[in-house]
Design a protein around this ligand. Structure first.
Ligand code: NAD
Length: 498
């Protein structure tokens, strides 16, 4: 058993609330740690620390701020194995998946090393007689991030790296399910040279989130998690006058055209549907083969691959996927699968009974494949967030396109085809934020930006890329007149009096 507190003003602290939550080992079902749940006093301590440190950090020149991230990237690489295990033992995913989690965050830290260039401003010489006009971007002050359990490394870094590089102080409220890694990241930031108070980690639940949303000293809030909470955080933050970007759930489709390379498509579906036990916001959860023959061939290829998935604890380095995160998540996924059967979908591969010897109390769910799913079914409408792939058969391209177009969510989508015309038409017409052409999980790289449409995202600026620099800064535009007229004799009259 170990205890996880908060990270405030450069060091770990226990917190004062007396409230804690259990942190489980998803592979065994055992409680392995407790995490402190912050109260208002804990949050205030983090804010006091941030307020004391931020002005000096904002006045630190951007090259020096960038150097902290250069060192931080080096430390992430040096400590990669340890960091990945910290994630896996609380999240449950394989160590390889956890390394990916750290690496996708690390890439955004590399991106913000460019902050001297990224934060350069615009200047117009001679906007009028002797008048220059320029816009500068200044940090918002204190930013906050509220993050989900499924990427405890990547998503905190997507938020705090640009926020801090822009000269802000940052308060991170990670998921209470896997809180160890964010605390370790904060320690490494201090080791990399970040002054105390610029990155504080406050662990907690709804009370901590509500404290952040109500606090007058927090200027901007970034949230990633489920859609109902994203909607709530966005509405509350906006009502309290804060800038907010909130990213929610997903139901990502992959269209498989009759001309697609089916081996490639089936392989892609295995990684995108079952990797990380389907607990990714960019997981593919709906496959849409076009035409009966494509559908039959696809099911034929997928079935043995799903049946032979190797499922195990993170300590099994050959496992393809691990357990899901909590007992509640497991129960929810299993009940949705039951519902799909009740509704008449054809459960071709049934993973409900999966048990692993020695890990009988772990939160495992075997890979599941549904065929003949229809858009009115609960399993189609709801984000299952587990290792469950639904096949919806479409007669033609237009019918296939219509499915993601009409779905509530709009995070990611993919098309598999050899036809450039179809791919181009699809990319142009689809109402979804991130599109893959023969790429199953089209997560944009750090220098582009990440964000969905429809109920997958609230707010207009995305994560990382140049959007993130805009989100964590505000514009000030200065109009100046030099010389002031001294050379020709000063004028002290209103311009309108001329
Ligand atoms: P979640 O919504 O349960 O929790 C996210 C955060 O909100 C956590 O920090 C949690 O403590 C807090 N929270 C939970 N309930 C709250 C409440 N009632 N009031 C205030 N705060 C609350 O999400 P999760 O289960 O941790 O993560 C999975 C979800 O996140 C999935 O829906 C997934 O699609 C989504 N997700 C989206 C993206 C994206 O970029 N769009 C990325 C990753 C995950």
């Amino acid at each position: 058993m170990y205890e996880i507190g908060h990270f405030i003003h450069g060091k770990k602290v226990a917190g004062t609330s007396g409230r804690t939550a259990n942190v489980f080992n998803p592979a065994t079902g055992e409680v392995q740690a407790t995490v402190a749940l912050a109260n208002d006093a804990d949050l205030q301590a983090a804010i006091d620390s941030a307020l004391s440190a931020q002005p000096k950090w904002a006045a630190t020149n951007p090259q020096r701020r960038a150097r902290v991230f250069m060192k931080f990237v080096e430390l992430l690489n040096q400590n990669m194995d340890e960091l990945a295990v910290l994630i896996s033992r609380e999240h449950g995913k394989t160590v390889e998946d956890s390394k990916g989690d750290v690496i996708r965050g690390l890439e955004v830290c590399e991106f913000v090393i460019g902050i001297p260039h990224l934060s350069k401003s615009e200047f117009t010489e001679g906007a009028g007689p002797n008048i220059d006009m320029y816009s500068i971007r200044q940090p918002v002050g204190i930013g906050a991030g509220i993050t989900p359990f499924n990427f405890p490394g990547m998503i905190p870094m997507w938020m705090f790296a640009p926020a801090i590089a822009c000269g802000n102080a940052f308060i991170l409220k990670p998921s209470e399910r896997d809180p160890s890694l964010p605390i370790r990241l904060a320690e490494l930031m201090i080791e990399a040279g970040l002054p105390a108070g610029i990155l504080n980690v406050v662990n907690g639940d709804k009370a901590a989130v509500d404290g952040i949303l109500a606090h007058p000293d927090i200027a901007a809030v970034s949230f990633v998690g489920s859609t109902p909470i994203a909607r709530y955080v966005y509405g509350t933050a906006a009502a309290n006058g804060k800038r907010a970007q909130c990213f929610g759930g997903a139901k990502n489709h992959m269209i498989i055209m009759p001309d697609a390379d089916l081996d490639q498509a089936a392989n892609a579906l295995m990684g995108a549907g079952y990797g990380s036990a389907g607990e990714r916001c960019m997981a593919i959860s709906v496959a849409v083969p076009v035409g009966e023959e494509t559908a039959n061939r696809l099911i034929e290829k997928l079935t043995p691959m799903i049946e032979s998935l190797r499922i195990g604890p993170y300590t099994d380095d050959k496992a393809d996927m691990g357990p899901v995160v909590t007992k509640e998540a497991q129960a929810r996924i299993l009940s949705l699968i039951d519902k799909g059967v009740e509704e008449g979908a054809n459960l071709v591969v049934d993973g409900r009974g999966f048990k692993l010897q020695g890990y009988e109390d772990g939160y495992f769910v075997g890979g599941c494949l549904f065929d003949n799913v229809t858009p009115d079914m609960e399993i189609y409408k709801t984000e299952i967030f587990g290792p469950v792939l639904s096949v919806v058969r479409a007669k033609n391209y237009e019918e296939a396109l219509d499915l993601p177009m009409k779905h509530e969510y709009g995070n990611g989508v993919a098309i598999y085809t050899r036809d450039g015309d179809a791919a181009r038409d699809f990319a142009s017409r689809i109402n979804i934020g991130m599109v893959g052409v023969n790429v199953p999980i089209p997560v944009p790289l750090a220098y582009h930006s990440f964000g969905g449409w429809k109920s997958s995202s609230f707010g207009d600026l995305n994560q990382h890329g140049t959007d993130s620099i805009k989100f964590w800064t505000r514009t000030k535009t200065i109009t100046s007149r030099w010389p002031s007229g001294i050379k020709d004799g000063a004028e002290f009259v209103m311009p309108t009096m001329k």
